[in-house]
Write a protein that binds this ligand. Structure first.
Ligand SMILES: Cc1cc2nc3c(=O)[nH]c(=O)nc-3n(C[C@H](O)[C@H](O)[C@H](O)COP(=O)(O)OP(=O)(O)OC[C@H]3O[C@@H](n4cnc5c(N)ncnc54)[C@H](O)[C@@H]3O)c2cc1C
Ligand code: SF4
Length: 335
């Protein structure tokens, strides 16, 4: 491992000041992704700014009913929090479907959103990869790409984003709060990760030196039925082949009043299914309506040689999740 300097930050300002103007600096939270990539030689920081002791480890209900989750809140604590379980079930389910208990005890909320792709060519420095080394090519496109993207990919990169949590947060309209050299700003989670385009090396819209300080779950989606379902090769320790997060509300006539739907494992970012949502709004969520809406969304898919199976998999997952949520809502109305 390349030698690096280390500093522990005691405040948000101290952390961003230590990072400012140093392209080779990285924030260190739980270290469960960053340190692995340093051991592989994929990440070679010259400075680690340890943010694990910053006072960002609280989950607080705000006056407007939203829930502010500090960036260093651990996965275990977020998944188990009573207000998260009661109001944002998809978040809890997404976290519990990822990694292992030990990893969730260490991995943080901010680090989870900023974890890098699990594309094996990205993790192997002997292989070409435009994300790791711009201009070197994409080993996966003509190589092994069964796990790769079917939506929103480019000639330069076909990687998927691995976070389960981000998929649930995108469906629930959560925001990310950032603190950086230019001050504070907020970005919707659904717009936080980038499609690869010509610059796959940029995973997100985070600017140099910016620190995630919190994620906010809005009051508006709190308490609505929500769910997360993930298809993977093994029951644990496996990233999503495809996953679905959804939140659904019906009016008294049984028509869709609100729907948030996002897919994981299909694209370079959580894929917010805006076309399917538009097709469902105001309609009764019958099987025919769901099939039509999901066809609308997934017709944009451009499968590669080995991953067309993901389209049907995602279709089936979404139909099941939305059907279950509709049933839950109707049952709740009649009890
Ligand atoms: C075996 C294994 C299985 C896994 N399975 C899953 C899975 O199924 N689903 C899933 O979603 N995840 C899975 N993970 C990934 C795991 O969730 C991530 O490694 C973890 O969430 C990263 O959090 P961290 O706090 O350890 O981040 P770190 O490793 O400390 O940091 C990751 C990146 O984020 C940056 N960073 C961290 N915090 C901030 C911040 N507040 N502001 C700005 N930058 C920041 C760091 O500089 C670094 O670039 C798995 C990991 C392993 C090792
Ligand atoms: S898919 Fe993206 S991350 Fe994987 S090898 Fe190609 S450029 Fe690299």
């Amino acid at each position: 491992m390349k030698p690096f300097a280390y500093v522990r930050a005691h405040s948000v300002e101290e952390a961003t000041a230590a990072h400012a103007g140093r392209p080779g600096a990285r924030y260190l939270a739980g270290g469960t992704n960053l340190v692995d990539l340093m051991k592989l030689g994929v990440e070679t920081p010259d400075l680690l700014v340890d943010i694990s002791r910053l006072p960002l480890d609280d989950i607080q209900e705000q006056a407007d009913g939203s829930l502010r989750v500090g960036a260093t809140v651990r996965g275990t604590d977020l998944a188990a929090h009573p207000l998260v379980r009661a109001r944002y079930a998809a978040v809890s389910r997404a976290l519990l479907s990822g990694a292992s208990g030990q990893l969730r005890n260490t991995a943080t909320t901010g680090g989870n959103l900023l974890q890098r792709t699990r594309c094996p060519y990205f993790q192997d420095v002997s292989k070409p990869c435009n994300k790791r080394e711009p201009g070197s090519g994409c080993g996966a496109r003509d190589g092994v790409h069964r796990d790769h993207a079917v939506l929103g990919h480019s000639l330069h990169c076909i990687a998927t984003h691995p976070s389960d949590l981000a998929v649930a947060l995108a469906a629930l309209d959560a925001d990310v709060a950032l603190h950086g050299p230019d001050g504070e700003r907020t970005v919707p989670v659904a717009e936080f990760h980038r499609l690869p385009g010509d610059h796959p090396e940029q995973d997100t819209v985070v600017r140099p030196g910016e620190l995630i300080t919190a994620v906010t779950l809005p009051a508006a989606t709190g308490g609505l039925p929500s769910a997360y379902r993930k298809a993977r090769d093994r029951a644990s320790y496996a990233f999503a082949l495809a996953s679905v997060a959804a939140v659904l509300d019906l009016d008294t006539a049984g028509a869709v009043r609100h729907v948030g739907l996002s897919f994981g494992g299909l694209a370079h970012r959580p894929w917010r299914a805006r076309r399917a949502e538009a097709a469902l709004l105001g309609a009764a969520p019958t099987t025919a309506a769901l099939v039509h809406a999901l066809d609308e969304e997934l017709s944009a898919a451009e499968p590669l040689r080995d991953n067309a199976y993901k389209i049907e998999l995602a279709h089936n997952l979404a139909r099941t999740v939305l059907t279950d949520l509709a049933r839950t809502t109707r049952t709740a109305r009649h009890t």
